[in-house]
Design a protein around this ligand. Structure first.
Ligand code: MRU
Length: 353
């Protein structure tokens, strides 16, 4: 399997459909879905066929461009009203990753900011904006990779949680970008440790899959083995992605990330969040304001098991994300630069708004 061919989401050549790599089937099956209906696109986001904050943003952007071709009216006000209904519908798919709302807002501004309200021309502009969002994602991953790479030393052991890789973006990933950059530079002495990431196993099914296919020295561990691994001295640095960063640097990422950060503090290991600027939400003062998605109980009790592994009727706590307190984060790597505490000042200096 050639890693370079893994494209998470793209527009079909004839611009009539979204083509999505179905990540629920990985690593056992590579299947690309062709989706045209908004219901199917929303379902693909909700069920994590397409997932990872930046990839969800790109997917939503192309979905809105597609929606533009499906709205038949050329009357601007009618067009805008229908566009907004679809926007709200897609926005209801997942609450935590702010990139989704960021991308949807950018697409809507194509319409609201246009001096000429010429609907046929705006349909084309929507495709161009989605292309621009995708191109920005690719560039952002590259820039995060360069900065993250500068923090690495030969022989390092790198731990990551969930999948903030190629499969979560349309480029190099965020947390994996320093690793891909190192591979590009010919470094062959890094070790990458992937937390399996219960309950949906993004670390096992996705990160271990894409990194080993790319030739990285990859080792998988159960989430509850992270402390033991850190105690053994084999982890030198930790990179994770994130779904939303509040103005004070508190960062929401896949459930379990805050535990990894607490362990890292205990063992004295630097812990970095990799965050495209589209992930920074300056409207929220701190992590308590970040909406945390709750997922179905069956992901914990049944999924992946041959038979149910919990008593019928038991209550299940299944948040998809947790918030890592800014005090535990060594640095936040954005495409504009490395932010060090205090984060409110660092974000101001880089002009995040
Ligand atoms: O629920 P998921 O699989 O979408 O969660 C993904 C993560 O938590 C990633 O770390 C995050 O979206 C950043 S992806 C660059």
């Amino acid at each position: 399997m050639n890693n370079m061919t893994l494209e998470t989401v793209r527009l079909s050549e004839d611009k009539t459909a979204l083509e999505i790599l179905d990540q629920t089937l990985l690593p056992n099956e590579i299947r690309v879905l062709r989706l045209t209906k908004m219901e199917d696109i929303r379902e693909a986001i909700y069920t994590l066929r397409v997932r990872g904050a930046p990839a969800i943003g790109v997917c939503a952007a192309y979905a809105m461009a597609l929606a533009g071709t499906q709205i038949k009216s050329n009357d601007f006000n009618v067009f805008l009203a229908q566009f907004r209904r679809i926007r709200d519908y897609l926005a209801s798919s997942r609450p935590t990753a702010v990139n989704l709302f960021w991308a949807l807002d950018r697409m809507e501004r194509v319409l609201t900011d246009a001096p000429e309200k010429d609907v046929p021309a705006l349909r084309e502009r929507l495709f161009a904006e989605a292309d621009a969002i995708r191109a920005q994602d690719v560039e952002t991953c590259r820039a995060i990779g360069r900065i993250g790479f500068s923090l690495l030393h030969h022989g390092d052991g790198i731990l990551t949680h969930c999948n903030a890789g190629r499969l979560a973006t349309t480029g190099y990933g965020t947390a994996t970008a320093p690793i891909y950059t190192a591979l590009e530079q010919g470094w062959d002495d890094l070790r990458v440790y992937c937390d399996e990431t219960r309950p949906l196993l993004q670390g096992a099914r996705l990160t271990a899959f894409e990194l080993s296919a790319a030739g990285a020295d990859t080792m998988l561990l159960c989430d509850n083995a992270a402390s033991s691994l850190m105690a053994s001295g084999q982890v030198n640095i930790i990179f994770t992605g994130c779904d939303r960063v509040a103005a004070n640097g508190d960062s929401a990422n896949k459930i379990g990330t805050s535990g990894v950060a607490i362990l890292a503090r205990h063992y004295g290991i630097p812990f970095y969040i990799c965050a495209p600027s589209s992930t920074i939400d300056m409207t929220l003062p701190d992590g308590k304001a970040i909406p945390i998605e709750q997922r179905p109980a069956e992901e914990v009790t049944e999924m992946w098991y041959r038979q149910r592994m919990a008593p019928e009727g038991v209550g299940v706590y299944n948040p998809a994300f947790d918030v890592t307190d800014h005090s535990l984060i060594t640095g936040i790597i954005t495409e504009r630069g490395l932010c060090s505490p205090p984060y409110d000042q660092a974000f101001q200096a880089l002009r995040f708004t």
